[in-house]
Design a binder for this molecule. Structure first.
Ligand code: FAD
Length: 503
């Protein structure tokens, strides 16, 4: 195998084969001329690349860069924009929208503190433009970093032809690689058989609405639905959230779910639970949402945030011997290897824990395993996560009900609900929730749940203590920072009386 040092000048892969310069630093051959040996396998030296990565999102970019910096010949294909879901149509633009939306709440608080504003006005097109400039800048940085690491970027949709060959659709080009990494992420799912579903958008279009609607209905109860409901409500849009389940945020601690549902209603979101669409009807004045409970609600925009599915459609997995599970997620072992010997998969396409930092850690583990001879798998325990609802949520570790199932003995629960100090002058009755779940036998804090201002920032730090397995006594031995909301976490004294039904 030819190994290129990181400093080596870029040259077309494939030795004597013809090559085209597609863009600065982007080479591709028209067709692989490598010949198979008697065993049907190609000699390693004849592959165009050591590693071909499909999908330049959070996981793919990190794996490609690390591997190229380690001296391997690496190419990465991206069919849309470099940066993937997180940068282009996920975490980052979503957080910008949350921050834009939160300003209205900050203005309300400011008035309580004596500020006055003549006429606060929000300019949606101006915001979108600023957001898009920043997203383009970030995507550019990702692309530049790939280039600096020596990764060849291939613009186009990659489809597997066999376990070592990838075709770039519409370009009549094939590329061969010794190893392939699939990091194609996920895509939004909506019920295609629902009459009128064509009138509904998903989170992807919500980032580019030509104008801010006056009324929106969001279907779904997961974190994306709840976050977008908060965004639009904060921007003054009349917002309805409908969810077929008994409460939002399935899988989270029941106290968190109940608390958040109440708090988002205080922020003006109409929450309808246990209900789903029967159809959508376009009228001259909007879209009528016909619901199973007999209600008909007209809105300007309907957004479905009803889940995401692995992005594997027409990827050629069968031709390469890569198996998927019943949900379409690529089956992998603990080190992210697929059912094909030379193909790995990481990130949302494997549907293990669909978060950006997890995709990045899986990429690092892939690199360690495959190129540094250190079999490594990511530890999915105590991964902190945030919901950027308004108010936001931060969670790490076990919910109360998970702890009751998995802890060997009793579970101690400490809960506090209080009004954050910053609302003192506003007359707001918003409440913060903080909850510690403790394994009574070991006294380790196994779960932390926060709903309220700055919860995502707090949970990142609390996660260190949970990951380190610190006990409740060690939390309590930590001196408080005063006056803060976070000080409650180290001053919780009273155990909640046992409630086996709590979540
Ligand atoms: P992706 O980032 O999705 O990248 C996959 C890339 O592959 C895409 O660019 C796609 O265009 C490309 N691709 C697909 N098929 C092909 C092909 N055949 N050929 C070439 N290219 C292809 N996570 C968090 O941690 N925090 C958050 O706050 C958060 N908010 C989110 C908000 C929204 C609205 C969404 C949708 C997701 C959010 N996520 C969040 C999840 C996070 O974005 C994903 O977990 C993460 O991006 C997964 O990374 P990945 O590398 O697996 O795939």
């Amino acid at each position: 195998m030819r190994v290129r040092s990181p400093e080596a000048p870029r040259r077309p892969p494939g030795g004597a084969h013809a090559a085209w310069l597609l863009a600065p630093g982007v080479y591709m051959r028209g067709a692989s001329a490598a010949l198979a040996d008697a065993s049907g396998r190609r000699p390693l030296a004849d592959y165009d690349y050591d590693l071909f990565v499909i999908g330049a999102g959070s996981g793919g970019v990190r794996a490609a860069r690390l591997t190229a910096l380690g001296g391997k010949r690496v190419a990465i294909a991206e069919e849309f924009r470099v940066g993937g879901t997180c940068v282009i149509r996920g975490c980052v633009p979503k957080k910008f929208m949350v921050m834009a939306s939160e300003v209205s709440h900050a203005l309300e608080i400011a008035e309580g503190y004596g500020w006055s504003f003549d006429k606060a006005k929000f300019d949606w097109p101006a915001f979108l433009e600023a957001k898009d400039v920043e997203i383009a800048r970030l995507s550019g940085i990702y692309a530049a970093n790939l280039g600096k690491a020596g990764v060849d970027l291939v613009h186009g949709r990659a489809v597997l032809k066999d376990a070592h060959t990838v075709e770039i659709l519409g370009k009549n080009q094939t590329i061969t690689a010794e190893k392939i990494l699939i990091a194609t992420g996920g895509r939004p799912w909506k019920p295609e058989d629902l009459p009128g579903i064509e009138y509904a958008i998903t989170s992807e279009e919500a980032f580019h609405l030509p104008e801010l609607p006056k009324r929106i209905l969001i279907a779904g109860g997961g974190y994306i639905a709840v976050e977008f409901a908060g965004i639009f409500a904060g921007l003054g849009v009349e917002t309805t959230l409908i969810y077929r389940g008994p409460n939002i945020l399935r899988g989270f601690d029941d106290d968190v779910r109940a608390h958040l549902a109440g708090e988002i209603e205080k922020r003006g979101i109409k929450v309808i639970l246990g209900c789903q669409h029967t159809s959508l009807e376009k009228t001259e004045t909007g879209i009528v949402n016909h619901l199973g409970n007999g209600m008909a609600i007209e809105t300007d925009v309907v957004m479905f945030a009803t889940g995401r599915v692995p992005h594997v459609r027409d990827l050629g997995l069968e031709a390469a011997g890569v198996k998927v599970d019943d949900n379409g997620a690529i089956c992998v072992d603990a080190c992210s290897k697929t059912t094909a010997d030379n193909i790995w998969a990481i990130g949302d396409v494997t549907d293990r824990m669909n978060l950006t930092p997890v995709a990045i850690r899986e990429a690092i583990a892939f690199h360690e395993t495959v190129y540094r001879n250190k079999p490594t798998h990511f530890d999915y325990e105590a991964v902190a996560t945030a919901v950027f609802s308004q108010p936001p949520v931060g969670v790490v570790g076990l919910s109360e009900s998970e702890a009751r199932h998995s802890c060997p003995g009793e579970v101690d629960v400490y809960v506090t609900r209080f009004r954050p100090m910053k609302y003192a002058f506003t007359g707001s009755d918003e409440r913060m929730l903080m909850k510690l779940v403790v394994d009574a036998t070991s006294q380790k804090v196994v779960g932390v749940h926060i709903v309220g201002p700055e919860a995502p920032e707090m949970i990142q730090l609390a996660a260190i203590a949970v990951k380190a397995g610190l006990t409740k006594a060690q939390w309590d031995a930590t001196c408080a920072v005063h006056p803060t909301m976070a000080e409650e976490l180290v001053t919780l004294k009273e155990k909640q009386s046992p409630n086996t039904n709590a979540g």
